[in-house]
Design a protein around this ligand. Structure first.
Ligand code: SIN
Ligand code: MN
Length: 271
């Protein structure tokens, strides 16, 4: 899949691009089935929140050597529509995956992700340069009431802001201080709601400010995040590195696979 110059320019200007229904309902169905299968196992990199005991976040489905492995996720991460697009926006063919996660924001109970830049925490993982991009893949229709993602256009241009460790949500994480977010919003275009049908994809710069709200709808909101980095920009040593499922140490360049790499894991479903 070849991006146009207009798309590359829009990515550079806005810090993100959206591709409506880039993955088909059949591909989404396979990824959903795999997600459902994995959320019942016990392993590092699977986080259960709330009282139903179900996983809400899972990591590292793309690597064959771990308990959360899913061949379909591996296929997804290497398709020309995912890896190929990341190679083009990052301008480099030698990419590895810093991590892969799926967030299952539950109906009614699933809460806010405060405004943040992914490079806020990734820099703390020892990564020097912001030559990274996140690809989000919707496994449900994403709506505003359902807690979709929002992007602040152009917010990547000022680089990284020092984050603070936000402990106000169950999944504590590095968020951008409110004063910085407000300053960046002054005079900037309004945040864009990333809504769409399942299979829709957004790819965004690691310094693009993004957030999501409470899921007030009757349906869970499942979204995959594939985080690509240049092999040349692999992390340096840090004290107390985060676990491999979130700070990968597999820095080998990923190879593109055929575009049917997801369905090829289910030969019968592909017929
Ligand atoms: C993230 O930005 O890492 C997750 C946001 C979300 O799932 O809403
Ligand atoms: Mn993020």
């Amino acid at each position: 899949m070849q991006l146009t110059q207009d798309q590359i320019d829009a990515y550079k200007r806005d810090g993100f691009l959206v591709f409506p229904e880039l993955f088909t309902p059949a591909e989404v169905a396979v990824l959903r089935e795999e997600t459902e299968r994995l959320r019942h196992i016990e392993a590092d990199g699977i986080f259960r929140e709330g009282e139903d005991g179900k996983a809400k976040t899972m990591f590292r489905m793309h690597e064959p050597d771990g308990p959360t492995y899913s061949p379909a996720y591996r296929g997804l991460s290497r398709t020309p529509r995912a890896l190929g697009v990341a190679q083009q926006v990052l301008g480099d063919e030698r990419l590895y995956m810093h991590h892969c996660k799926v967030n299952m924001k539950p109906s009614i109970e699933g809460t806010v992700w405060h405004w943040h830049q992914d490079f806020g925490s990734w820099h703390l993982d020892g990564i020097a340069e912001p030559t990274m991009a996140t690809m989000m893949v919707m496994l449900d229709d994403a709506t505003e009431i359902g807690g979709c993602l929002y992007m602040l256009p152009g917010s990547h241009a000022d680089g990284r802001f020092d984050p603070y460790y936000d402990e106000s949500t169950v999944y504590k994480f590095w968020a951008t201080p409110a004063a910085m977010v407000k300053a960046r919003m002054e005079g900037a275009p309004d945040p864009v709601a990333i809504t769409g049908k399942a299979g829709t994809v957004a790819i965004f710069d690691c310094n693009t400010l993004h957030a999501s709200g409470h899921n007030l709808s009757a349906r869970d909101r499942w979204q995959i995040y594939l985080c690509y980095n240049l092999c040349a920009n692999r992390p340096g040593d840090v004290e107390n590195p985060r676990p491999d499922y979130v700070r990968s140490r597999n820095w080998a360049p990923m190879a593109l696979e055929e575009d049917d790499a997801i369905l090829a894991t289910r030969p019968l479903a592909a017929e």
